[in-house]
Design a protein around this ligand. Structure first.
Ligand code: ZN
Length: 104
């Protein structure tokens, strides 16, 4: 599967829920990744829900995950997803469609 480092034409800039509904499984921008250790990476809003960035979960863990400290907070979800996708492409992470955290 290809990974875009920019939003598809359906992706809303700032709403993950809408992106999930509009793009569904067809989107190659709104993605969740897994690295070789089985850590899962995804974008979600912070507590104020006004800023977005990438978070990770270690294998077997649930919840909101931990902040990826090397990626910045962004005003829009699409901006944070661009950061994550570009990083994932360089790192060679695989796209997962299963085991997507509830709140994504
Ligand atoms: Zn999309």
């Amino acid at each position: 599967m290809s990974i875009r480092d920019w939003p598809c034409c359906m992706c809303p800039a700032d709403n993950i829920q809408e992106a999930r509904e509009a793009c569904g499984d067809k989107c190659d921008f709104f993605l969740v990744f897994e690295d070789k250790r089985g850590w899962i990476y995804f974008v979600r809003p912070g507590l104020g829900e006004k800023q977005f960035k990438a978070f990770y979960l270690k294998p077997g863990k649930t919840g909101g995950g931990h902040s990826c400290k090397n990626l910045p907070w962004r005003e829009y979800f699409a901006g944070a997803q661009e950061d994550l996708n570009a990083f994932a492409i360089r790192a060679g992470w695989r796209v997962i469609k299963e085991e997507v955290p509830e709140f994504v």
